[in-house]
Design a protein around this ligand. Structure first.
Ligand code: NI
Length: 270
């Protein structure tokens, strides 16, 4: 399959808005045909529980027990489990728009899929993405969040605090202060300033690594699917490391599965 060429670009107004506000919604980043194709791949990956055994699929907002339905299932690196995701228009347009925003040295830093099941899908509490990452580095990066159906305030579209990308990384804690839960929540935020960003299918929001963001619970009768690509510059080592103590307190089942899978692979001499 030949790699597509970028066919959509940001305007100067849009890039200026992103740098001023720390986020940006756009109405289209790929075609409706591609969105329909991605939806099938996406649902298959979640139904097959792709990556669960190695710690790449887990419940982001729950305790992730085997016998309990996940309230916010997430797959890290879905392209590992569906290589056909490699050459999609969304990825090509996202990469080129990320270059428009952060410069030509931008490279892919990862991707994930977050699924909010109908009715039971949990909120993703207010957080900054950088709070999940390595405390020894500063990041210049952005996430591009694309819904595979309409995203509304009712089913869990993105919300942002404008200008919050200029903050330091704020103190966070795991959801419900439960060390078994992967998801983080910022200790304090004033949601009254939130910018709510409903989108059509195949639209996208962009946000920086320190922009405070949130999605509400899925109160609708249909699932809410989001596919997220992350791009950025080479992370810079900090002169004075941060202390992201909230990550050190975590004891998640997905990390246990990751360690067990690694051990198994090591013992086979891979
Ligand atoms: Ni996030």
């Amino acid at each position: 399959m030949t790699k597509p060429e970028p066919n959509l670009f940001l305007t100067e107004e849009q890039t200026a808005f992103f740098h001023r506000e720390g986020y940006l919604p756009i109405n289209v980043i790929t075609s409706q045909e591609e969105v329909a194709r991605l939806r099938i791949i996406y649902d298959r990956l979640f139904q097959q529980r792709a990556g669960r055994e190695v710690g790449d699929q887990f419940d982001l907002a729950g305790t992730d027990e085997e016998d309990r339905e996940a309230i916010l299932p997430q797959i890290l690196e879905p392209v590992k489990y569906a290589p056909e995701l490699e050459s999609i228009q969304f990825r090509v347009n996202a990469a080129s728009m990320a270059q428009q925003l952060l410069g030509p040295a931008v490279r892919p830093l990862g991707e994930h899929a977050i699924f909010k099941p109908a009715r039971i899908g949990a909120q993703t509490p207010w957080h900054q993405d950088e709070a999940y990452w390595d405390e020894n580095f500063d990041y210049t990066s952005l996430s591009i969040w694309m819904p595979l159906q309409e995203a509304t305030a009712e089913n869990g579209c993105m919300q942002f605090i404008p200008g919050s990308h200029k903050l330091e990384v704020l103190p966070h804690h795991t959801i419900n202060y439960d060390p078994r839960i992967h998801g983080l929540e910022v200790d304090e935020v004033d949601p009254s300033r939130s910018a709510i960003c409903p989108l059509p299918p195949g639209g996208a929001t962009f946000h920086q690594s320190r922009t405070l963001h949130y999605t509400g619970p899925n109160l609708s009768d249909s699932p809410r699917r989001a596919y997220i690509l992350i791009f950025g510059l080479e992370p810079k080592p900090r002169k004075v490391p941060n202390d992201y103590y909230w990550n050190k307190q975590k004891r998640t089942p997905s990390e246990e599965r990751r360690r067990a899978a690694q051990k198994k692979a090591d013992s086979k001499g891979f």
